[in-house]
Design a protein around this ligand. Structure first.
Ligand code: FE
Length: 207
């Protein structure tokens, strides 16, 4: 993927040293901890949750349930915030989640043009390319070109709808259920759901 390459080159140049931003974050963290405003143990717990416990497997479960259970799918489209809560996914206060459904005629794709807003609670940490300037601008100006970079060619008459996330409103793409999965269990269906297909830069795996 084109977006990863630039970042990798950047990373190699810097070697293992911390970036200016990382140094700044560390300095602020140290000062806040010394003044007693934050508890380093609580911060560690939050970071560990996002690195280990929370990830795209949660979103994959949401998608698989929607594929397998029409009532859940209706609830998800109607109010995704509430629907994912019934699966035990946590929501941060004030977050509003919207599920957008792919059809043969419409393909949905998610971006945050302003910064990097992302449905962390169900997809975990965002991929590096999601936060890159080229993705954020080109997703809007040339969505078909971006999808081509990801190896995704959609029929010419498929409309591409791009959703711009904000601090309050996050999106998850509900991809189309792959053919040849009749009778599959939810667990088995979930194995076909990739992170990228929930961002809209990919499709589910084929059975
Ligand atoms: Fe953002």
């Amino acid at each position: 993927m084109a977006y990863d390459h630039a970042d990798h080159a950047d990373h190699h140049e810097r070697g293992s040293e911390l970036s200016e931003m990382q140094l700044r974050v560390r300095a602020i963290e140290t000062v806040l901890a010394e003044k007693g405003y934050i508890d380093p143990a609580a911060l560690d717990a939050i970071i560990e949750a996002y690195e280990i416990k929370i990830g795209p497997h949660i979103g994959a479960r949401v998608v698989a349930r929607a594929w397998a259970d029409p009532a859940f799918k209706r609830a998800l489209i109607e109010d995704a915030t509430r629907a994912v809560r019934t699966l035990g996914a946590i929501n941060r206060v004030g977050d509003h989640l919207i599920a957008v459904e792919n059809t043969p005629k419409v393909h949905n794709m998610i971006v945050c043009t302003l910064c990097s807003c992302y449905p962390w609670d169900i997809l975990g940490l965002p991929p590096v390319w999601y936060k890159s300037a080229p993705y954020r601008s080109r997703a809007v100006s040339d969505p078909r070109g971006v999808l081509a970079d990801f190896g995704l060619q959609l029929p010419a008459d498929t409309q591409i709808r791009v959703w711009d996330s904000t601090a309050e409103t996050r999106f998850i793409v509900l991809p189309m259920r792959p053919a040849g999965t009749d009778g599959w269990s939810e667990d088995k269906l979930a194995t076909l759901v990739t992170r990228d297909c929930m961002i809209g830069t990919g499709l589910p795996k084929r059975p």
